[in-house]
Ligand binder design. Structure first.
Ligand SMILES: CC(C)(COP(=O)(O)OP(=O)(O)OC[C@H]1O[C@@H](n2cnc3c(N)ncnc32)[C@H](O)[C@@H]1OP(=O)(O)O)[C@@H](O)C(=O)NCCC(=O)NCCS
Length: 199
């Protein structure tokens, strides 16, 4: 299902939509491009098509069941970005854990920000009150995007990552969602923010 379209900073048209089975090869390409570049995400081994098919089947099933929010960004007929929010269970049903990736070559064009806003809007629509995420302390681009959208650092696992021969802290960030927020206004995320920041 198409959700909306916008122009990236380089003028290309970006479609935000729900994922579908035919995205398999693009999703495989996306995940393996992250592995290949050594992106600051918890992926170290390339995926084969079977692994990715299992992952996509599980994603589509959990979206269908209402356990996950998932939005892809399509440019020129290919999926080049994905955001998901895994919705908590039981007493955590008001919370979600967000993960996002935009393919190298399509970054710094505003696509990640728009994916985040779309995921948040859907999360609000589903009644979620809190989104959390984890990020490598060295991932300054991602942290910039999250802080711009109102996420605050609420915790840190010292040396929680060991990558390429060095330890990196793992940072936990959170944002409270308010149903009355203007969803398309980045700075509105700060309004009434109650999540306590790391001191
Ligand atoms: C993090 C990620 C999703 C952001 O997506 P994106 O499409 O590049 O995001 P946007 O273009 O909307 O915004 C990027 C912002 O970071 C800024 N930026 C770029 N490099 C930066 C850096 N080294 N330090 C700080 N900010 C930086 C850009 O100027 C831009 O800021 P602005 O919107 O205020 O002008 C994307 O870079 C990505 O997928 N990275 C690899 C995977 C990953 O790290 N995922 C997140 C794991 S927690």
């Amino acid at each position: 299902m198409e959700l909306r379209r916008f122009r990236a900073r380089d003028g290309r048209e970006v479609i935000l939509r729900s994922p579908r089975w035919s995205d398999l090869d693009d999703m495989l390409e996306l995940v393996n491009s992250l592995v290949e570049e050594g992106a600051e995400v918890n992926l170290c081994e390339p995926y084969n098509r079977e692994d990715e098919a299992d992952w996509l089947a599980e994603l589509l099933a959990s979206v269908e069941k209402g356990d996950r929010i998932s939005v892809v960004a399509e440019v020129e007929g290919h999926v080049i970005g994905h955001v998901e929010v895994r919705i908590g269970r039981c007493y955590e049903g008001h919370t979600g854990v967000l993960g996002i990736a935009v393919k190298r070559g399509y970054r710094d064009l505003g696509i990640g920000t728009e994916l985040m806003k779309e995921a948040e809007q859907q999360a609000r629509g589903r009644g979620l009150k809190l989104i959390t995420l984890e990020v490598f302390a060295t991932n300054s681009r991602a942290i910039h995007v999250y802080e711009k959208l109102g996420y605050r650092v609420i915790g840190r696992v010292p040396k929680g990552i060991y990558k390429d021969g060095r330890y990196i802290d793992r940072i936990l960030m959170a944002k409270e969602l308010h149903s009355d927020e203007a969803c398309d206004h980045p700075s509105s995320g700060d309004a009434g923010m109650k999540v306590s920041s790391e001191s």
